[in-house]
Design a protein around this ligand. Structure first.
Ligand code: FES
Ligand code: FES
Length: 170
């Protein structure tokens, strides 16, 4: 059996430490050591995108990375999207998914949100094709993707115009 190693990983601005097997996947560290179960695991071999998180700002499949490789990096999971918001308030992208029916069963949704959130910071005009390319690594068995594209467009429109979402106005 391989020797366990101490890792400390910054997830959503908090440090989570544990002694782990070197082969422990980052997805398993996030779910079982940090207890952040919003990150879902589907295929566990890099195909479905359900496990997508951000590492140093970039979307990464957490089932394709070992926990030890995340040492010293900044990891963001879906739970981090509501950091700093008031109770019950959603991130604008989550709110848009809700309004545009960008999810049904929701299993894939955390992975989509993590893949698509960086588009909220992209100030260029994006075509539908560019949005579809950004979500090409995530599989959804329910929505057919068009509503997810519409959700991204709505969130971007709101963020760019500085408009408040209905949830923010309540
Ligand atoms: S669980 Fe990681 S890509 Fe499917
Ligand atoms: S909403 Fe069900 S798999 Fe995407």
């Amino acid at each position: 059996m391989s020797e366990r190693r101490r890792v400390e990983i910054d997830i959503n601005g908090e440090t989570y430490g544990a002694e782990v097997e070197p082969r422990l996947l980052l997805s398993d560290f996030i779910r079982h050591e940090a207890g952040l179960t919003g990150t879902h695991v589907g295929c566990e071999h890099g195909v479905c995108g359900a496990c997508t998180v951000q590492v140093d700002g970039d979307p990464v499949r957490s089932c394709l990375m070992f926990a030890v490789q995340a040492q010293g990096r900044e990891v963001r999971t879906v739970e981090g999207m509501t950091d700093g918001l008031s109770e019950g308030e959603l991130h604008p992208l989550q709110q848009a998914f809700h309004e545009k029916h960008g999810l049904q069963c929701g299993f894939c949704t955390p992975g989509f949100l993590m893949s698509l959130e960086p588009l909220m910071l992209d100030e260029r005009d994006l075509t539908d094709q560019e949005i579809r390319e950004a979500l090409a690594g995530n599989l959804c068995r329910c929505t057919g993707y068009q509503n997810i594209v519409e959700s991204v467009k709505l969130a971007r429109e709101r963020l760019r115009s500085g408009a408040e979402s209905p949830a923010e106005r309540e």
